[in-house]
Write a protein that binds this ligand. Structure first.
Ligand SMILES: *Cc1c(COP(=O)(O)O)cnc(C)c1O
Length: 363
């Protein structure tokens, strides 16, 4: 049958966009999307199977995800009223944009950073102003001050540890941004468990301005649950209510709610997995130091690096031909010529280092 087209024009501001995708290629060593290389604990799987057996599938799920929010809140020492849960932290971000962004409103971010922040801003018709990080990818507080003073954004986005560059923001930096920002300060901590500090501590200590601080976490990375789509924010109750207002009714299904609630019974296993990844991150860092690449220190489960003697796109291809997939960042603004590798299992990391050594050899 011949392909047809509806032919109705989409919103003119979307017509040029291509969406945000990482290639889903079939390879033996997949190190391109920062997932956990480990399956969740078997006991969690068994508990979830039992719980699924009890779900009343003919009924809508708990619209407020109360039990899940209570459990997540307890894990951070806050009440359910300070937690909003959604389908991945990307839906959390989208909810913030729907509630606080939109036409005539501005948000600020500091490049290079997570591309989805800008993407969701643009899809929700929110203006984006941006500053640049320093050459070492740390935040330049003078630049932050200048950008925020000029643009007065309703939300200032930080990402800590920052994707794709890997560094976490020290607590003093987040405090300073809170001083400078007129609106909400959102810290995306998708990789927070790998880092030495968390903006959640600033909220717990109630430092000045921390009532405007919003911290986002996800189950996709450390919790080995990317298939589930579950993320959340911790913030003051009025922010939670604003996000709830724009969320679709029953947006979070019963299986996901149960999966997240049960996962939190397995904090010890999660911490053990994080420890293994952090140790392997050290081994990858040491391995990269012996090769003709520039690599940046990471507080996350991935490492950004730039081949110094060979073209990065060619290196990416050579890795792929050895069935090793890493993230091609060569065209991303601010990280031109760079690749990003996710920390995998010890075996995967060894295969990556061997493949990279071969790919970097002079032809
Ligand atoms: C991976 C990632 C996320 C996760 O998004 P989910 O929708 O929760 O899977 C969020 N923020 C950053 C910076 C990420 O790298």
């Amino acid at each position: 049958m011949s392909a047809r087209r509806a032919g109705v024009p989409v919103r003119s501001d979307l017509a040029e966009r291509s969406g945000y995708h990482s290639p889903q290629v079939d390879v033996e060593v997949r190190l391109n999307t920062n997932e956990s290389p480990f399956a969740p604990p078997d006991s969690w799987r068994a508990e979830l199977a039992e719980e699924i057996g009890r779900i009343e599938f003919n009924r809508y799920p708990d619209r407020d995800a109360t039990a899940l929010r209570r459990t997540v809140g307890a894990s951070h020492g806050v009440g359910a009223d300070q937690v909003f849960c959604a389908n991945g932290s990307n839906e959390v971000l989208q909810s913030l944009f729907l509630a606080y962004g939109g036409p005539g409103r501005r948000v600020a971010l500091f490049e290079p950073t997570y591309a989805l922040h800008r993407h969701i801003a643009e899809v929700t018709n929110t203006d984006v102003v941006h500053g640049w990080r320093q050459r070492d990818f740390r935040l330049d507080l003078d630049e932050v001050e200048a950008v925020l003073a000029e643009s007065e954004p309703v939300i200032t986005f930080l990402c800590s540890p920052n994707n794709p560059t890997g560094g976490a923001e020290p607590a003093e930096v987040v405090r300073r941004v809170l001083d400078l920002a007129p609106g909400l300060v959102v810290v995306d901590e998708a990789y927070g468990q790998f880092a030495p500090t968390s903006a959640l501590d600033l909220r717990a200590e109630r430092v000045e301005g921390s009532e405007r601080l919003v911290v986002i976490r996800t189950f996709s990375k450390t919790w080995s649950m990317a298939a589930c789509r579950l993320g959340y924010l911790v913030a003051e109750a009025d922010v939670v209510q604003a996000c709830t207002m724009v969320a679709l009714p029953y947006h979070l299904d019963a299986v996901t709610q149960a999966a997240g609630r049960l996962a939190l019974r397995h904090q010890d296993e999660m911490h053990r997995r994080v420890a293994v990844v952090v140790e392997e991150r050290g081994r990858l860092t040491a391995g990269l130091a012996d090769l003709p690449v520039e690599a940046w220190p990471s507080d996350a489960n991935f490492i950004l690096f730039r081949p110094t003697r060979r073209d990065a796109s060619q290196v990416w291809q050579d890795l792929l031909s050895q069935s090793v997939l890493v993230r091609d960042c060569t065209t991303w603004p601010g990280v031109e010529g760079c690749l990003r590798v996710t920390v995998g299992t010890p075996e995967e990391n060894t295969r990556f280092l061997d493949a990279l050594r071969r790919a970097l050899e002079p032809a």
